[in-house]
Design a binder for this molecule. Structure first.
Ligand code: HEM
Length: 468
């Protein structure tokens, strides 16, 4: 027998006229997407009027993600995403991608991430110190603020005030919700002066304005206004090499690699978008998982007390915090923040026996694989031990697609794992969390990132257990 699998193509049932599968996608996205593998290996769904195909077999998905020339960025999500991020690294077509990735990659080298880890811990300590015993906090906004401050400080070495973070957060939320809604709304309606369209336009203009200010401030202000790396408080650094992404991009531009002002702007907004909401969602779900799994929480607290003995974590501790890392991996499996992204075919081809004309949309959905019992036994259970064979701090292999795959795989994966692990360790070292009344973990509707509507956490202080 040949080793080549025979794939089955199918249609998802339940499409409604005009809207297709918009209702289940918006209201119960994970159960809907996780149900698709039962129908076939390549399953057709409808996003409004657009027909799209979801690869539900791991090898088929790998094939799509590893051939980024044939399956290029595109489709309804990216068409809208470009309103926000223009032609940045995450949204640019194949033809621009290799050059952009080469320019941006140096900012994510291991040595850089080691430096960034100091800022990550610094921000987590700051949040842990703000919390009060008995207080109830809304987890996602708290994690979003932390993640946005961290990505801004690490990648742009600049100080962002609380007001600016709050403004950016509001603009992002409105723009992202509008962007997602627009996938399902006909183009003619999007141009009408309706309140929702005006809010979207206002949020986009606000975001672009904020990012322009950030860049102008960075380029024009004296160097002593900036921090160069970790271990310094905000706004105190004086070194010439600012050790950040923007420095790398500006340097590349000065060497004549034709990175335009517009591209610089697009990269900044790409990093803010890619690096804040996703990380915040992962941390929020990790905290939620702790509240529901006391045994996992105990194991985590034990590990943290034993390894850190009360001191804050550092980058070098990551290999010694396997339970914490496995908890993050399992969180990303069960609650993948990037729950849907799209590709478009750049030539006609046959896939799983189905003819796909040029311009066909494919929907990539990690939950379609992450919740498949054939790949992950007891898929609905939170079992961090299933990642016990993985190396701590290194993104898991196998069927895990939470960071995508191939040439367009997440550039911030190592950054994200370091940040989520270090933040979780710092917060849970000092605080025990429980779900408070008012929690609503249904997914936030119209959100590009999968996250709960409200996770309210009741905080109780803890001291590291004495026997370690
Ligand atoms: C838990 C957190 C994160 C998750 C789940 C996540 C997920 C993803 C996924 C699934 C992709 C691929 C999208 C596609 O193939 O269309 C991606 C791409 C990307 N991510 Fe992340 N990401 C996370 C954190 C970050 C962080 C912290 C940064 C930067 C600070 C970042 C920057 C990027 C960039 C630049 C790309 C585009 C890469 C390319 O096309 O070459 N991400 N991310």
């Amino acid at each position: 027998m040949s080793g080549r699998p025979v794939y089955v193509a199918a249609h998802a049932p339940g499409a409604l006229p005009l809207v297709g599968h918009a209702w289940p996608l918006l209201h119960r996205p994970l159960p809907f997407l996780s149900s698709l593998p039962q129908y076939g290996d390549l399953v057709e769904i409808r996003l409004g009027r657009v027909r799209a195909h979801v690869p539900c077999h791991p090898q088929l998905l790998r094939r799509v993600l590893s051939d980024d020339r044939t399956f290029d960025k595109g489709g309804p999500l990216f068409a809208r995403l470009r309103d926000l991020v223009g032609n940045g690294l995450g949204s640019c077509p194949y033809g621009d991608h290799r050059r952009q990735r080469r320019l941006v990659q140096p900012a994510f080298q291991r040595a850089r991430i080691e430096d960034y880890a100091g800022v990550m811990v610094d921000e987590a300590l700051r949040l842990a110190a703000e919390w009060r015993p008995g207080e109830t906090v809304d987890a996602f906004p708290a994690m979003f603020g932390l993640a946005l401050r961290t990505v801004t400080r690490t990648l742009f070495s600049s100080c962002v005030g609380e007001d600016e973070v709050a403004r950016l957060q509001r603009f992002f939320e409105t723009a992202l919700a509008g962007l997602f809604r627009r996938i399902f709304v006909p183009a003619a309606l999007q141009r009408l002066p309706l309140p929702a369209n005006r809010r979207y336009a206002h949020a986009l203009a606000g975001l672009h304005g904020c990012v322009d200010q950030l860049i102008t401030g960075y380029l024009s202000a004296g160097e002593r206004q900036y921090t160069t790396a970790a271990h310094q408080g905000p706004c105190q650094g004086e070194r010439e090499d600012r050790g950040d992404l923007l420095s790398a991009l500006v340097a590349a531009r000065e060497e004549g690699s034709a990175l335009s002002d517009g591209e610089l702007h697009d990269q900044v907004i790409t990093m803010l978008l890619g690096g804040a909401e996703t990380v915040a969602a992962a941390l929020t779900w990790a905290l939620y998982a702790l509240t529901c799994n006391p045994r996992v929480a105990r194991g985590l607290h034990d590990e943290i007390d034993q390894v850190l003995a009360g001191r804050p974590p550092a980058y070098r501790d990551l290999p010694h915090l396997p339970r914490t890392s496995q908890m993050i991996c399992e969180t990303l499996r069960l609650y993948p923040p990037a729950w849907l992204f799209t590709r478009v075919t750049t030539r006609p081809l046959n896939l799983a026996g189905r003819y796909l004309p040029l311009g066909t949309t494919l929907v990539i959905s990690p939950p379609a694989l992450h919740h498949d019992p054939a790949l992950y036994p007891r898929p609905a259970d939170f079992l961090p031990d299933r990642f016990a064979g993985e190396r701590p701090g290194v993104p898991p292999r196998g069927e895990f697609t939470g960071f995508g795959a191939g040439a367009r795989r997440c550039l911030g994966d190592t950054y994200a794992l370091a940040q989520t692990t270090l933040t979780l360790a710092t917060l849970t070292q000092r605080w025990r969390v429980e779900c408070a009344p008012g929690t609503d973990i249904r997914p936030q509707p119209l959100s590009a990132v999968h996250r709960p509507r409200h996770l309210l956490l009741h905080l109780a202080p803890r001291t590291p257990s004495p026997h370690h």
